[in-house]
Ligand binder design. Structure first.
Ligand SMILES: Cc1ncc(COP(=O)(O)O)c(C=O)c1O
Length: 364
């Protein structure tokens, strides 16, 4: 990647400066820097609108980045030790693009059986031939976890010639595959490993027991920054290594994404990257301690809890009680959770310490 043009200001700072100048807008979007509004629009919303900008010369172009966007993507790549591109259509478009960049119509791809629908939609529309990889089912909970190397080896032996392996790790429940072992094996066969890491953008600290697949030998990894980092919904990114055809990936991204990328989403991506970058070792420890304390208090209160490899995902096993009823009870006291099923509920914990008042009403 060519070095970004020098600019001493971050993406967010350049937007901030643009807004401060109160410039005249004779360009899209139609709110014209938030000037086409009336008093029905809530104040807080009206304040955000001027930041919803477009591809003006000094604001760069997501699909042909050479200025502040390229610079921000380089900073992101540095953090994840890879090449990186912002996505404004979620991990969904990242999954489509990773597959389109590596597997051609009619070719085989080895894919985890319980993959997200974006992967199945891409396989259908791109005309790929999936070979299914069944994940291990966790004893006791019945929750599907991750795919093992043995399963991948067997699939390749039975159905040779596949162009990529597509795994999901971490899963929704925070279980993570042994990516290092799998990627070492696939490197020998020259098969790229693609990882849907929609739930794993925060897993970068070297002392975590399991880190993002991009540090463990994966060829390309997609992450929904909006799921686990302080980014706006739809904000995501893809990281990739040299064995991914960059031109093909960029073509796919430009084909599948909007030609009017949201500057609000992109600004939040730059913020999410800098939030992560600035977390100190002490802050990482404090967050992990706070989450462990939360789990401990749940256990003390008699809840049966599952925590996967990812410390931000906590599942309460509610059986024989109904998880849906439990989640309705929590909602009635102002606590909204990620997912409720018949026999369990899932909490996504924030990448900050948990506040006392967030738990004191209901864990007794
Ligand atoms: C495992 C997994 N992959 C991909 C996606 C799609 O992510 P996004 O909503 O960012 O498009 C999701 C969303 O729920 C997901 O859980």
């Amino acid at each position: 990647m060519a070095p970004a043009r020098e600019n001493p200001f971050t993406f967010l700072e350049v937007l901030e400066q643009h807004v401060r100048e109160h410039r005249v807008s004779f360009h899209v979007p139609g709110h014209h820097n938030g000037t086409v509004v009336d008093d029905r629009l809530p104040d807080a919303f009206a304040k955000v609108m001027p930041y919803d900008l477009t591809e003006l010369a000094h604001l760069d172009d997501l699909h042909d980045a050479s200025g502040i966007i390229e610079q921000a993507e380089c900073a992101l790549g540095k953090l994840y030790e890879s090449k990186s591109k912002w996505l404004v259509n979620g991990s969904t478009v990242g999954n489509w693009s990773m597959l389109a960049a590596t597997v051609k119509r009619g070719e085989r791809v080895y894919v985890q059986r319980n993959s997200h629908k974006s992967i199945w939609n891409a396989i259908e529309w791109l005309g790929l031939k999936p070979v299914l990889l069944t994940p291990t089912i966790e004893r006791g909970t019945g929750i599907p976890t991750v795919v093992t190397l043995d399963t991948i080896k067997q699939a390749i032996q039975e159905f040779p010639g596949g162009r990529a392996v597509m795994l999901t790790s971490p899963t929704y429940y925070g279980d993570m595959a042994d990516i290092r072992t799998i990627s070492d094996y696939l490197t020998l066969l020259d098969i790229p490993l693609l990882v849907d890491e929609a739930h794993g953008a925060h897993l970068i600290h070297p002392q975590l027991p399991r880190r993002s697949a991009i540090f463990e030998g994966a060829s390309a990894v997609v992450q929904s920054a909006h799921k686990t980092l302080p980014a706006l919904t739809m904000g995501a990114w893809v990281h990739y290594k040299d064995n991914i055809d960059e031109a093909r990936l960029k073509h796919a991204l430009a084909s599948f994404q909007t030609s009017s990328p949201s500057y609000l989403i992109m600004a939040s991506l730059d913020y999410a990257r800098s939030y992560l970058e600035r977390l100190t070792d002490e802050e990482w420890s404090a967050i992990q301690k706070s989450h462990a304390q939360f789990v401990l208090e749940l256990k003390r209160a008699g809840f049966v809890v599952k925590v996967g490899d990812d410390f931000t995902k906590v599942t309460i096993l509610t059986y024989p009680k109904n998880g849906l009823i439990f989640s309705q009870h929590l909602a009635s006291i102002g606590i909204d959770i990620e997912l409720a099923a018949v026999d369990h509920v899932l909490f996504c914990l924030p990448l900050r310490e948990i506040e006392k008042q967030e738990i004191e009403h209901w864990i007794k």
